[in-house]
Design a protein around this ligand. Structure first.
Ligand code: ZN
Length: 337
């Protein structure tokens, strides 16, 4: 065998070994995007760095993607959560009085981008919804009271009523663990929310949501003692990055949020009866917005340039209605569990 032939044979052999060890699509420790420990075991993937990849892999414009993107976004827009009009337990505890009032008044939304990040969360919820009931002991249980896990358990946490009708505030508990008398709520979150949850615990909105779920269970005489909120990393490589919060159930924050929403409905009814919907809408525009992050700020007609709202913003709000505004606390100031 010549030298050249020998080198070729070794190279062929190595190529063959490589493909055997790392089939197509499998991470290789030699890949610059793969993180390895000091024993060369693969422990994860490097986060993409700016400039890693062009946004299109070739110079050609995508031909199929626009339709596929539109199909996915239409699906997301048609999700029940995107079309929800009535308020749910996850919204009542917000520190953004302005957006709470806008929702209660049924303001129309401006065009919103398809909610891709919530869709990822919804997809994780769908997996867990299947997982936990499958772990229940199987067998006949005519009362259902012996069942340990229930997912997406429907509860009614309270009722709002106004001059134009009212509705029950219903919600779905991500996981109810009847044996431990506990609720669990999954929050699939990005890095900054994880960091904030670790430093400060869950937001007021999340704590009040948990309190309301307990109220809903208590309304049905289901046992409830503990509330859990689990922040699951959207970008982490393992659940070791999860941030957890578990607390004794306290109904007081939930009751406060229900009372505040009812007060808002009453105020808006009184203003509308006296001075009409234009003044009511102008009053809503004066309500304080959240100083921390609010998912809804920026999605309302009074944030944009729609003419009808510019007109209604010109409505003069009498001082007596302005004096109601400080009665609507953004923050729950009562005892926390
Ligand atoms: Zn807001």
């Amino acid at each position: 065998m010549s030298d050249a032939a020998a080198i070729l044979a070794i190279a062929n052999n190595q190529t063959h070994q490589d493909t055997t060890q790392y089939p197509a699509g499998h991470a290789s420790e030699n890949d610059p995007n793969v993180l390895v420990d000091d024993k060369h075991r693969i422990i994860g993937l490097r986060n993409p760095q700016p400039g890693d990849l062009p946004t299109t892999a070739t110079d050609e414009q995508p031909r199929l993607w626009p339709e596929i993107q539109s199909l996915i976004e239409t699906h997301i827009h048609n999700q029940p959560r995107s079309q929800q009009v009535e308020l749910g337990p996850s919204e009542l505890g917000t520190t953004c009085v302005h957006c709470l009032a806008a929702k209660l008044a049924g303001w129309p939304r401006q065009n919103r981008q398809a909610a891709w990040l919530p869709f990822i969360g919804t997809s994780v919820h769908a997996q867990f919804e299947q997982l936990f009931p499958a772990l229940n002991e199987q067998g006949f249980d005519d009362t259902g009271k012996g069942i340990r896990f229930e997912t997406e358990k429907k509860v009614t946490v309270g009722h709002l009523s106004g001059l134009y009708g009212g509705y029950d505030i219903g919600g779905h508990i991500d996981l109810y663990d009847r044996w431990n008398k506990a609720t669990a709520d999954w929050k699939v979150t990005g890095t900054s929310t994880l960091r904030s949850a670790k430093a400060n615990g869950p937001s007021q909105q999340y704590r009040i949501q948990a309190s309301l779920y307990g109220i809903g269970l208590d309304n049905e005489n289901e046992p409830i003692e503990r509330c859990c909120i689990y922040f699951l990393p959207r970008n982490g490589i393992s659940l070791n990055d999860a941030v957890t919060w578990e607390s004794d159930w306290d109904p007081r924050p939930g009751r406060w949020a229900l009372a505040r929403a009812q007060l808002l409905v009453n105020f808006m009814d009184v203003i509308e009866q006296a001075d009409g919907p234009e003044v009511r809408d102008a009053w809503i525009s004066l309500l304080p917005k959240a100083t921390d992050h609010c998912f809804d700020c920026g999605s309302w007609p009074d944030d944009g340039t729609l003419n009808e709202f510019n007109d209604s913003n010109k409505a003069v709000v009498p001082d007596k209605w302005k004096q109601l505004i400080p009665l609507l606390d953004p923050q729950y100031s009562g005892a926390t569990a």
